[in-house]
Write a protein that binds this ligand. Structure first.
Ligand code: URA
Length: 432
């Protein structure tokens, strides 16, 4: 077998065998296949797609490229969650401590930013001292001791996905259903939780732009989960508008801190509640689904969710004083308002355009080894449905330089559509 034959087959839209897929995954992971050869194959997959069997084989080959954690000695009820990615998506930072505060163990391996979408691993790293690169023993010990651990993909878990994920990000191969499904599910299978709740985002700021595409991805991941013996539920959520009022690494951590104290934007609240309710359902620990919403609100109101977040940050080496006093997070040197030239109602705030503007500010990476600026980002004052007058502040740009700020202000103006209709939007599309 050789990689050129495999690339050739996918180039002409032929079906790869299990052995060919395993050969590629194994040899790319151990360095025998070069980045440019892998890039060619990934691009061919992105263009020509894969059959269901090929996707299953790719998922299992990536899951088996490293260790598969067995957490059953800790608990049978461990739950994991994952988002297919979005702009302003800080849901993990809020949901994970809530779920742990409810007594359901959370073991989660998060990704870095991909394309225009942010990554929880980057957001966590914006907390001074927080170590996302702990070893397996410490990961397990944290779950045992405090019921939660949030880490990056640094353990020997799905290392093939780690390499392919970083490569996809730099060759414009992020929005491919087979690649997203296999990437997410290989990580989920490897990290050991018995049940998984997936937030499948849909809209201009997501990889799936239409509901049909999102549904197809959700059904595929639910099927992979079932075959791998993991109960898997998908919540389809809107990503046409950025989620919440902030976009940017430390800015989103600050929003998550406020959310854990009960101050949540409506769209964030909808997604948080729905994700928590599904995670409680699949955990097997909360048999009365009608009570779930109240239990979630209870641990927010009595401060237990916030305390759990502090416990997590402390346990993983982070400086808790930042969580207690979020104003300590270093601010970008330039904060510039985006003023409205129009009046009426916000009809659209294009998450895709916001994501691209954010990438230019330095929120994410354009190249594999780019460093990111944790301070920069956007805070939105006006979102869909809000009334606007001429001269009102629509948003604030947090930038590293005046040039970057001016460029971003123009891009954000372009992202807004102001008209005369007061639109209400659906945050939760459906549960699969
Ligand atoms: N999240 C992942 O882990 N992988 C993807 O491909 C997209 C989102």
């Amino acid at each position: 077998m050789n990689i050129l034959e495999i690339i050739e087959k996918k180039k002409v839209d032929d079906i790869l065998t299990k052995e060919e897929i395993e050969y590629f995954v194994e040899n790319y992971t151990n360095g025998n296949i070069t980045d440019y050869q892998a890039a060619a194959l990934i691009m061919a997959i992105c263009i020509n797609g894969m059959t269901q069997d090929e996707i299953l084989d790719l998922t299992m080959a990536m899951a088996n490229s490293g260790d598969i954690l067995d957490l059953s000695d800790i608990s049978e009820n461990i739950v994991d969650k994952h988002s297919t990615g979005g702009v302003g998506d800080k849901i993990t930072l809020i949901v994970a401590p809530i779920i742990a505060a409810l007594g359901i163990p959370v073991a989660k391996m998060s990704g870095r930013g991909l394309g225009i979408t942010g990554g929880t691993a980057d957001k966590l790293e914006s907390i001074p001292g927080y170590n996302i690169n702990i070893g397996i023993d410490e990961f397990k010990q944290n779950i045992k001791d405090i019921g939660i651990s949030l880490i990056a993909q640094t353990l020997n878990l799905a290392p093939a996905d780690k390499k392919i994920y970083a490569l996809r990000d730099t060759i414009s191969c992020t929005n491919s259903t087979p690649l997203i499904a296999s990437s997410i599910m290989s990580k989920k299978i490897a990290s050991g939780a018995g049940s998984i709740v997936l937030d499948v985002t849909c809209g201009s700021g997501a990889f799936m732009n239409t509901k049909e595409e999102a549904r197809k991805l959700a059904k595929l991941m639910a099927l992979i989960g079932k075959l791998a013996n993991r109960e898997t539920i998908c919540v389809l959520t809107d990503m046409n508008e950025p989620l919440g009022y902030s976009v940017g690494n430390s800015l989103e951590v600050v929003e998550a801190i406020h959310a854990l104290k009960g101050n949540m934007a409506e769209d964030v609240k909808d997604v948080v509640l729905n994700m928590c309710i599904q995670m409680m359902n699949v955990s097997g620990l909360y048999p009365n689904p009608l009570e779930n919403k109240y239990k979630v609100m209870e641990v927010i109101e009595n401060g237990k969710a916030f305390e759990k977040f502090k416990e997590l940050v402390k346990r993983q080496g982070g400086d808790v004083s930042y969580i207690e006093n979020p104003e300590k997070f270093e601010k970008a040197p330039i904060i510039m308002p985006v003023l409205s030239d129009d009046f009426g109602f916000v009809e659209k705030l294009d998450a895709g355009k916001v994501g691209k503007a954010g990438l230019e500010l330095g929120i994410g990476r354009k190249k594999k080894d780019d460093s990111i600026d944790y301070r920069v980002g956007l805070i939105f004052d006006k979102k869909i449905g809000d009334e606007v007058k001429i001269g009102d502040v629509l948003a604030y740009v947090h930038a590293a330089s005046p040039e970057k700020a001016i460029e971003c202000v123009e891009a954000i103006k372009e992202a807004y559509t102001i008209g005369n209709r007061k639109i209400s939007k659906e945050n939760i599309i459906e549960i699969i």
